[in-house]
Structure formats: C-alpha cells, structure tokens
Design a protein around this ligand. Structure first.
Ligand code: HEM
Length: 454
C-alpha cells in the first residue's frame, strides 16, 4: 500500500513536449497515445495535461494493488470528476466514511439473487429492441444496445409499469450525454448561460428528471405492496443508516440518476464491442452459437471477459494524492492525479501472454486475476453494478446468439470513440444479421463462410 512520506518528489518519466501538445494528443487519440507511451516507458509514466496537470499512469499489478488498498486519507477519487454531473447526493460526490456508509446501503440492491431476478427483463428488452432489426443490410447496433440497457436499468431501478418511466426514457439519453460532456469540461461550462448553453440545457433536463423522480417516490410510498418491493428505488427508500436516518429524497434522486447513467451507457458500449469483435472472429461465433444451442455458458462468459480485456469501455480509475506519497519506487506530490489505466494493464504481456490477440480461450476454466483484469475498477470504489452488468451482457449475448446469425466481416476493427465517459466503437458496431430459424441454425457455419466479407 502507498504510504505518506517526506522524501523528495520522484515522478515516473514521461514525454517532455509542451502541455498543450500532450493535451491535444490525448483529446484526439487517447487510446493510441496511451499504448505508445506504455511501450515507450514500460507501463508507468507521467503526462502533463492542461486543466488536469500532472497525471501518473499506472498499469503494474503490484502498484495497482497498492493504490486500491491505500487509505482514503492518502488517496481518493476526486469528487469533481462525475460528482457535479450527478449532484451532491451521488456516490461519485462522496468520499471517506460518507461514501462507505452510502455504498453499504446501495449494495444490497445489486446482490446476486436480486440481480438474477432481473434476467427476464433483459431478455424481454433484447427481444423488443431487435424485433425490427433488418436482415441482410448493414446497420449500427450501438443505438439498440443503448435503448435496451436503458430500458432494462429503468425497469430494475424503478420496478415494472410505472408511468413516469416514459418521461425518463425520453430524457435520459440527452441527460447522460450532457452530464458526461459537462463533467469533462472546466466548471464554468456547467453554469446556466441560458436554455441553449450546455449548463442551461443540463439544468432543465435535470429539473424534468427530478419531477419524474418525485412522482415515482410518491407512488412507491403509496404502493400497498411497497414493503415487498425489491427494486432499487424501494431498497433505497427503505434503507437506514446506522443511526436510523433514511437517505434524504434529494440524495435518492442523485443516486438514482447515478445508477441509471452509470448503468446504461457503459453496458451498451461493452455489448456493442462484443458484436464488433465477434463479427471479426467467425469461428468463435460459431462455437458460441453451438454452446447456446446446447444450453452452455462457459465460452460465452470467457468471451465477455476477453471483450472487456481487449476493449475496456472505461479508461481507468482516477485518484488524487492528498499528501505526498511513496508508491513503489516513486514519490508523488500532494495534488497529483494517479490513474489506474485499464487498457495498459490489459495490454501487458506480463499479465496476459500474447496480449494483442483476441482469445477468449485464455479465460476458459480460469477466472480473471485481480489487479490485472480490471474493467470494473477496484478497492472501495469498485463498480457497484458489476454483477448487474455481467448478468445483462450474458443474457443479452445469449439471446442475440439464439435469435440471430451475425455475418462475419473482414473490415478493419472499429476505432475507439469517447461517448462521454464510456468508450464505444466509432462506427456504432455495424452488423449484418440474419434471423436464425430451425432451417438455418444447422448450417450456420457454411452460411457464415459464404457471407464472409459482406
Ligand atoms: C460494463 C458495464 C460497466 C462498467 C465497465 C463499469 C465500470 C465501472 C468502473 C471502472 C467503476 C470504478 C470507478 C472508479 O474507480 O472511480 C465503476 C463505478 C461505479 N459503477 Fe460501474 N460499470 C458498469 C456498469 C454499471 C452498472 C450496470 C451500474 C449500476 C446499475 C454501475 C454503477 C456504478 C456506480 C454507482 C459506481 C461508483 C461506485 C463507488 O464509487 O462506490 N456500473 N463502474
């Protein structure tokens, strides 16, 4: 674990080019730049960015373990990263003891048994959203994934059949996009400069969100079946801190926005990457379809792990040193950002031999190793919804493979595109699909081969 120190500062090496040039390179091609710097400096380096200042990138498993196990008196997640977008009552705005107390109340809503009870929701949403998928014509799958993950999380969070959900369905995509955009910008962008300014639009959308939430909270309290309800809203309304106090309604609203926002774009992007990868690995796709037909899941699980390894859709966990700390051989001054970079850790040959190849078989019969495979982060801020996301991706992929044959392609892999906080395939994970019928499922492999390159 990192420790407080008074030793002279010793930052990892990094490029010496001007801050502004580093900033532009990061803004335009972050994933590529991170790979290049990782190869040049061996996985731990310092960059200097406008607004953010000096940032240490870390991908070594031992240092990552140190960071995630260091007391939050020394390192903590800066609350200005997503906190202002979600509000003061969001998990992302809380640190230290306040954060842990809240996490304890939110976690029961995502326990394994509860998460499994949502499987049917995901399957229904996949069926609804793919009902009109065209056959034999290329189209973007990312938007479908975004709608199905939004609808799934809304139903899981608020329970079934609530009227105010229609309003949330219509405002959430714009609200999440704007909130993510504003959270990446200097704080002045969040100010209300009128209804067309980003800050102004965000405030107005947030006000509509709050009105919808007030009505959902009032309905839940008036629901005769409230005590039996296990949706996230009901769990949060019933939750009590150790002193017996409930979470305030305003904080519940911030937390619900957090869960819906954090819980839908991320999973959508990861599902889109799954389609993007599978179309470029027809043999794997064929094995996966056979496994679905036989009722298995091991290869599918391994495939999801490998997609998350090779295409993590969150770049990393950002922390800030509150005091001067010693981290491994380095001495990092107070106020410096330290980023656990998932892409670098996942590209490391030490962590994953033949790391550049997409090979789900590496995870067959072997769980991903902690501090090496980290799409959900780690430590006290590890993703609360990891179990939900894993279930959602598994059920969605199973349903897609059962219903569709994805035509392979030899087009180059899609580039990375930042959609607010999550990284999605730049062309929207384009696909050509055919419905599987009893007649076609048997000759899947030969049909796929004939379509190759379409
Ligand atoms: C593939 C899908 C997902 C990925 C890759 C992902 C990734 C992450 C990562 C990396 C973090 C840690 C951030 C940090 O270290 O600062 C995180 C935190 C969080 N995630 Fe997720 N997430 C996903 C899905 C979800 C879902 C479905 C939900 C909720 C339903 C959710 C809710 C949260 C929350 C509330 C936190 C903050 C936890 C805390 O600070 O205590 N995420 N997620």
């Amino acid at each position: 674990m990192a420790t407080a120190t008074t030793e002279p500062v010793r930052l990892p090496p990094g490029p010496r080019i001007p801050k502004i040039v580093q900033g532009i390179a990061f803004l335009t091609a972050q994933c590529e730049v991170v790979s290049v710097l990782g190869r040049r400096y061996g996985g731990t380096f310092t960059i200097n960015l406008p607004i953010f200042g000096k940032t240490v990138f870390v991908s070594d498993a031992l240092l990552i373990k140190d960071i995630f196990s260091t007391s939050d008196d020394l390192i903590e997640r800066p609350t200005n990263v997503l906190g202002p977008a979600f509000g003061p009552g969001s998990t992302f705005s809380l640190t230290g003891k306040e954060h842990l107390k809240r996490r304890k109340l939110v976690l029961p809503a995502f326990h394994g048994k509860v998460v499994r009870s949502y499987e049917h929701i995901v399957e229904e949403e996949v069926m609804n959203e793919t009902a009109n998928w065209p056959e034999g014509r290329e189209f973007e799958t990312l938007e479908t994934m975004a709608r199905l993950t939004l609808n799934s999380i809304l139903r899981a969070v608020f329970g079934e059949g609530r009227q105010a959900l229609d309003e949330l369905r219509s405002i959430m995509p714009a609200l999440v996009t704007l909130a993510s955009f504003v959270s990446q910008m200097p704080s002045i962008v969040a100010r209300d400069f009128g209804r067309w300014s980003p800050g102004g639009r965000l405030l107005r959308l947030r006000s509509r969100f709050d009105t919808a939430i007030d009505s959902l909270i009032a309905d839940a309290r008036a629901d005769p079946a409230f005590e039996e309800r296990s949706d996230v809203l009901a769990v949060l309304l019933k939750a009590r801190y150790e002193n017996g106090e409930p979470i305030s309604d305003r904080h519940i609203a911030d937390e619900l926005l957090t869960l819906v926002a954090a819980g839908h774009e991320t999973t959508a992007a990861q599902l889109a990457w799954t389609v993007e990868r599978l179309r470029r690995h027809p043999e794997l796709m064929s094995r996966l379809a056979d496994e679905v037909d036989a009722g298995g899941s091991e290869l599918r699980q391994a495939t999801i792990f490998e997609v998350q390894r090779t295409r993590p859709n969150i770049e990393g966990s950002i922390r800030c040193a509150k005091e001067r700390i010693r981290l491994g051989d380095w001495v990092i001054p107070a106020g410096t950002n330290v980023t656990v970079n998932f892409q670098l850790a996942h590209e490391s040959e030490e962590n994953f031999p033949d790391a550049a190849s997409f090979n789900p078989d590496r995870f067959l019969g072997a769980s991903p190793k902690p501090f090496r495979w980290l799409p959900y982060g780690g430590g006290v801020n590890r993703c609360v919804g990891a179990g939900f996301a894993a279930m959602e991706m598994d059920v969605a992929l199973r349903t897609l493979l059962r219903e569709f044959r994805f035509a392979p392609t030899d087009a180059p892999g899609e580039r990375h595109h930042y959609r607010g906080v999550s990284i999605a395939p730049a062309r929207g994970a384009r696909a050509v699909v055919y419905r599987r019928t009893a007649a076609t499922s048997g000759d899947r492999v030969s049909a796929s081969a004939a379509d190759h390159g379409s």
